[in-house]
Ligand binder design. Structure first.
Ligand code: CMC
Length: 424
């Protein structure tokens, strides 16, 4: 029996090849469909559309599986660190000791911002949203590194892109934060280690090892998530051979929305709202279920996870540990746990497979670390950078990759004649 799929339309049968991934996922290849039949497919929100073949991240939403380059997220969160995980995502293999050291030395080499970038950062008002600031500043980097502008993603560019962006984005974030609190920036000190250096640049003080470890774990959990909205954006922009800064800046913008990375800020604001309202979370569950009310339970639900989000499981435990360590009693955590408990038993959420996602508890940890609420999504950026860069690199190394250019089904007016303004 042929492995092809068959599509029958108006008496014609079209054979469409089926391709199979290494985890036995199957996809109908419709590359030649339009040429053969004149038909296109339409798929709102790309719910059934694979945009590429990728070796970076495997995700099985039904079983709650997430693996980077084959390694389960649970093992990486427990045993790896963010720098090593970033290397893994970008290069495909865990580094040897020497490779890890060389990679971190590269990051260290770029741990400075050009003066012009510092000036740009200083021009933003202190109440500017950090996501706009980070996106604009990353885009501005293209003006300072013209060697990245060529259409060819040379090996030199690829080698440098990840080290430079991992080094500089965290400085951009910390410098801007310092400005918002009226303090001078603190130089990066990579000798502290990636996450500790970031916390030191933010808060200028002794950073506890467990606190730095908690942040590192959060960054690992956010590091990649296959073809999500922002990674797809990076690939779409990268597919036109736009430069790396433009591609990453576009990914940052895509992440900003509340349905994607912006959910972590929205969760905390929701929990604050529930607290201010007296803490009656049942009332907010009812609002979320009410189809006439636009309110959604932020941090709940996911396009692909329909069982549980494995990242949320790890974060929930990390949240308890870090709050205990820092001796923080946060009433928002009780509200979050209460919401989760009620929602998980509620028929509406059960029927729709709505579970807490990665953003549900991460904000409570960021808050405990002293990170302001409007910076939570930028923290997601810091974590997701290696994922976006790995997706970009894979795309640019794929000799068969084409410019992303979907089609449409036009539903507007058919041809009509122009009328002079006096006749309208
Ligand atoms: N609260 C209440 N109802 C919900 C929620 C929610 N958070 N999420 C989904 N639903 C309902 C939705 O109304 C729909 O109901 P019905 O079938 O009766 O019309 C059903 O569940 C399916 O929802 P959908 O919007 O069609 O699902 P989607 O796959 O298009 O959207 C989602 C996924 C994540 C955008 C959505 O679940 C959501 O808006 N969640 C809240 C925002 C959020 O937490 N986003 C972060 C996602 S995780 C971080 C990341 O990787 O981006």
């Amino acid at each position: 029996m042929s492995d092809n799929a068959k599509l029958e339309f108006k008496g014609e049968v079209y054979e469409l090849p089926v391709i199979t991934g290494t985890e036995n996922e199957k996809a109908i290849d419709i590359t030649k469909l339009r040429a053969q039949s004149g038909l296109i497919t339409i798929d709102n929100g790309f719910m059934n559309t694979g945009s590429c073949q990728s070796k970076v991240t495997f995700l099985n939403g039904e079983k709650g599986i997430l693996r980077y380059r084959g390694y389960p997220i649970e093992q990486l969160a427990e045993k790896s660190d963010f720098v090593e995980t970033s290397y893994l995502l970008y290069n495909g293999e865990l580094p040897t000791k020497a490779q890890r050291e060389a990679f971190y030395a590269d990051i260290t080499k770029h741990a400075k911002l050009p003066e012009g970038v510092k000036n740009i950062l200083n021009q933003f008002p202190a109440d500017a949203h950090p996501m706009g600031v980070v996106s604009a500043t990353v885009s501005a980097l293209s003006g300072f590194y013209p060697e990245f502008l060529g259409p060819e993603a040379t090996d030199e560019v690829k080698e440098r892109a990840i080290a430079q962006l991992m080094a500089q984005v965290k400085i951009i974030m910390a410098n801007f934060y310092r400005k918002t609190v009226g303090k001078d920036p603190i130089e990066s000190n990579p000798a502290l280690g990636y996450s500790k250096d970031f916390l030191n640049m933010m808060f200028d003080g002794e950073v506890d090892d467990d606190v730095a470890k908690a942040l590192d774990t959060l960054l690992i959990l956010h590091a990649d998530h296959e073809q999500n909205c922002s990674a797809s954006t990076v690939r779409v922009v990268g597919s036109s051979h736009a430069n790396i800064f433009a591609s990453i800046s576009a990914g940052i913008d895509a992440l900003w929305g509340q349905l994607h990375g912006g959910a972590n800020q929205a969760v905390l604001e929701m929990l604050e709202e529930i607290k201010a309202d007296g803490g009656d979370y049942e009332k907010f569950i009812a609002k979320a279920k009410d189809k006439n009310d636009p309110f959604r339970l932020m941090g709940f639900g996911h396009r692909v996870y329909k069982n549980f989000d494995p990242r949320a499981k790890i974060i929930k435990v990390a949240c308890d540990t870090i709050l205990e360590k820092l001796n923080v009693q946060d009433p928002l955590l009780d509200i979050a746990k209460g919401l989760e408990e009620v929602a998980l038993k509620d028929e509406y959420f059960v029927q729709r497979n709505l579970y807490p996602n990665v953003d549900f508890y991460s904000g409570i940890i960021y808050k405990a670390l002293g990170i302001p609420t409007n910076m939570f999504t930028a923290m997601f950026v810091l974590g997701r950078l290696p994922g976006w860069l790995s997706q970009w690199k894979e795309l640019r190394e794929d000799g068969t990759a084409k410019i992303a250019r979907p089609r449409q089904v036009y539903t507007g007016e058919t041809e009509r004649n122009y009328k002079d303004i006096s006749e309208r």
